[in-house]
Design a protein around this ligand. Structure first.
Ligand code: DC
Length: 218
């Protein structure tokens, strides 16, 4: 079974996907981590990301995903990038990398192959709309911009104590615009998706709502 969760940056989709997958005993597949891992790989290999456009050729890449206590580990060409995925440099560069069609194809092919063998909750930006339009359940998580900024700020402050609310808010607005306006696989509410606004809800409350839709007792 495949359950998709899409939504903008900071809407809580990864945390919700993690909890939902635990409650259902499914794997949590975070597709953003694959785009982040390719970015870390390209950066490490001195690839010119700034000059990259939507059809630039890319180096040969293969993905490996492993799970340790339910936590996804991501490898590109056999090298692990899990610990680098949340670095702010990676967050800033990944939108550009993820708008390259060759990268998207590599990620999509891997996602489809991997999820064909496992029950998964998969979260991202284009999962219910483009990658799995026929998924068993499709959710779209929305959330107010200030609440999303607060959530991201508390994550970022662990690594960068000086970062401000306004800096994060600007980054989120920029990413929203980029994600919604990109030519390939823009962020949209997938057709027939169940939309949940998480602004005033805890992760548990969102998960319980989803479980009600999936017909499993919360
Ligand atoms: O969800 P996230 O912040 O980890 O995503 C990182 C970047 O990857 C973000 O710019 C959106 C992009 N992304 C995408 O284009 N398609 C996906 N399915 C998942 C993420």
């Amino acid at each position: 079974m495949i359950i998709t969760i899409d939504g903008p940056a900071g809407s809580g989709k990864s945390s919700v996907a993690e909890q939902l997958s635990k409650r259902l005993n499914f794997l949590h597949f975070n597709s953003g981590s694959l785009y982040r891992a390719v970015t870390a790989f390209l950066l490490e290999n001195k690839f010119d990301i700034d000059s990259m456009d939507s059809s630039s050729p890319i180096p040969k890449i293969s993905f490996q995903v492993k799970y340790e206590n339910g936590v996804q580990r991501v490898f590109v060409n056999q090298k692990e990038y899990t610990h680098k995925l949340r670095d702010n440099t990676i967050s800033v560069l990944t939108p550009k990398v993820s708008s390259n069609k060759n990268i998207r194809k590599a990620v999509d092919d891997f996602q489809k192959k991997f999820t064909s063998k496992h029950d998964c909750v998969i979260d991202g930006r284009d999962i219910g709309s483009f990658v799995f339009p026929n998924a068993d359940y499709k959710f779209y998580l929305d959330c107010d911009i200030d609440e999303r900024t607060k959530r991201r700020l508390s994550e970022e402050r662990i690594k960068n104590p000086n970062i401000t609310f306004d800096e994060i808010k600007k980054q989120i607005i920029k990413r929203d615009e980029f994600d919604k306006n990109k030519k390939i696989a823009p962020l949209v509410v997938p057709k027939n998706a169940i939309v949940i606004d998480s602004t005033a809800l805890s992760i548990d409350q969102v998960v319980n709502k989803m479980l009600q839709y999936i017909n499993v007792k919360p």
